[in-house]
Design a protein around this ligand. Structure first.
Ligand SMILES: [Zn+2]
Length: 463
């Protein structure tokens, strides 16, 4: 059996793990490598769609592999199309660094993912402009809509791909419907995907660890491993928060009795965090206000009752002023119009500001000009910047916060294993070999395990 990592090596995300037994080939994840992409691109400089996947291949954002990519995307590059030579792509969860570049895969190669991942991908595709990197479910070819062969699974449903037997096992992560995989084919390979032990569904990660026990090879994330001195300090960070429950407690303490609007920046795909703030809003008698994209995500997640996501009917949807400036229906995308009926605008939020808890990121921050917050509080509830580009955005956000005189609070817990937990997990699984992925510091594994293999991009590892 050969294992090759085409992404996620010395970087956080971009996982693309190929398993090849000589007869069949399957990929575990096919994510977007933000790291490599950001070396060349930024918001206003993007790969050219007119060149298919040519720009991505040129810059090695995706690997040059024959028999893998869509014909229409290859045609534009002048490279020959060859019949698919891969059997399946498994997606662990719907974070873009794990799934987005499956958009480029030939449509005859099936994609297996969890049911929730499919719902998220539906929400992303409905609420986004056409984007070649967001075409996992379907795409347009000569004006014809091509739907992919998407096969959904639930935890423990084994999937046979020739001699491969793949068992998805749920894990707890800041994305509902996340899985690790146990692959058996003569050897037992366990792949963690992304996971944590500090969330409300720790038991799910523990199920994975149990099922992975005794694996010959463990391919594990190591997001939290960093070289010393890498973490930056922020003045308003008041001590570390270690669990989702602590996030709720810390924020609840501050919001209770606060007079004035509360804004929160969170990752809306993290449904546990969304639920945390929705509950705080309820307890503090505040309306939970979300944008139209967030409303679209809730609409899809409400289809799966097991997720226990806040009901769309229990939140207020905020409509930004667009085009005419008079909130006309025609100002909005067709997918946004269904939320207009009982929505709020800046005037409503301004009037009700003492009883709102509003989701607001840098991308909607200019709404503050119309809301005119008095005595506002801004909660950062996502990871703080860890690279220069994010740092620049963060400084802009801070300028807005200072301009409106908002108080700040940071409350976030990571979606990944802490380094001490990682060590415990490796011990519990007790694998023959360990291959780190999704980490900036694979060397950090040296002190944690025996049988460490440091992967190189595109280099086969025989097990
Ligand atoms: Zn993730």
């Amino acid at each position: 059996m050969k294992i090759t990592l085409y992404g996620g090596v010395n970087e956080v995300g971009g996982n693309k793990i190929l398993l090849d037994d000589g007869e069949s080939r399957i990929f575990l994840d096919f994510g977007m490598s933000f790291f490599t992409k950001n070396m060349y691109y930024e918001d206003f400089l993007q790969p050219r769609r007119t060149n298919g996947i040519g720009d991505f291949l040129e810059l090695k954002i995706i690997p040059e592999l024959k028999g893998l990519y869509r014909k229409d995307l290859l045609e534009k590059t002048g490279k020959p199309y060859e019949e698919p030579e891969y059997d399946c792509v498994f997606l662990s969860h719907a974070h873009l660094d794990h799934c987005a570049h499956a958009s480029f895969i030939d449509e005859s190669i099936p994609i297996c993912c969890g049911e929730t991942t499919k719902l998220y991908l539906e929400a992303i595709s409905e609420s986004s402009n056409r984007d070649m990197e967001l075409e996992v479910l379907r795409f347009l070819r000569d004006n014809e809509e091509i739907s992919r062969d998407i096969r959904t699974f639930r935890s423990f449903n084994k999937i046979k791909i020739n001699d491969f037997e793949v068992k998805p096992v749920h894990v707890d992560h800041t994305m509902a419907g996340s899985y690790g995989f146990i692959v058996e084919n003569g050897v037992k390979i366990a792949y963690t995907g992304d996971l944590r032990l500090s969330g409300p569904r720790k038991d799910m990660s523990e199920d994975f660890i149990k099922n992975a026990a005794g694996a010959d090879v463990l391919i594990t994330e190591g997001t939290s491993l960093m070289e010393k001195g890498y973490e930056r300090a922020y003045p308003f960070e008041e001590g570390k928060v270690n669990s989702e429950r602590e996030v709720e407690e810390r924020c609840m303490e501050r919001i209770e009795g606060h007079k004035g609007p509360v804004f929160v920046d969170l990752n809306f795909k993290d449904i546990d965090r969304v639920r945390t703030f929705f509950n705080i809003a309820k307890k503090c008698d505040r309306r939970f206000v979300v944008g139209t994209r967030e409303a679209c995500i809730l609409k899809y997640l409400n289809m799966d009752k097991k997720l226990d996501a806040p009901e769309l009917k229990d939140v207020k949807v905020y409509m930004k002023k667009k085009k005419s400036g008079s909130y006309c229906e025609s100002d909005y995308y067709s997918w946004e119009r269904e939320y207009m009926d009982s929505s709020w605008n800046a005037e409503d939020v301004k009037r009700e500001q003492d009883r709102v808890l509003m989701v607001m990121s840098l991308y909607s921050i200019s709404e503050l000009i119309d809301i005119k917050p008095q005595n506002g509080l801004y909660i950062h509830s996502r990871s703080l910047p860890f690279d220069d580009e994010q740092e620049i955005d963060f400084r802009k956000l801070e300028n807005w916060i200072a301009h409106f005189g908002l108080e700040q609070l940071h409350a976030h817990t990571s979606g990944h294993l802490r380094s001490d937990q990682l060590k415990e997990v490796i011990n519990a699984i007790s694998p023959g070999k360990v291959i780190p992925v999704h980490t900036l510091f694979p060397e950090g594994f040296r002190s944690m395990c025996d049988g460490l293999i440091l992967p190189q991009v595109g280099k086969e590892i025989t097990v």
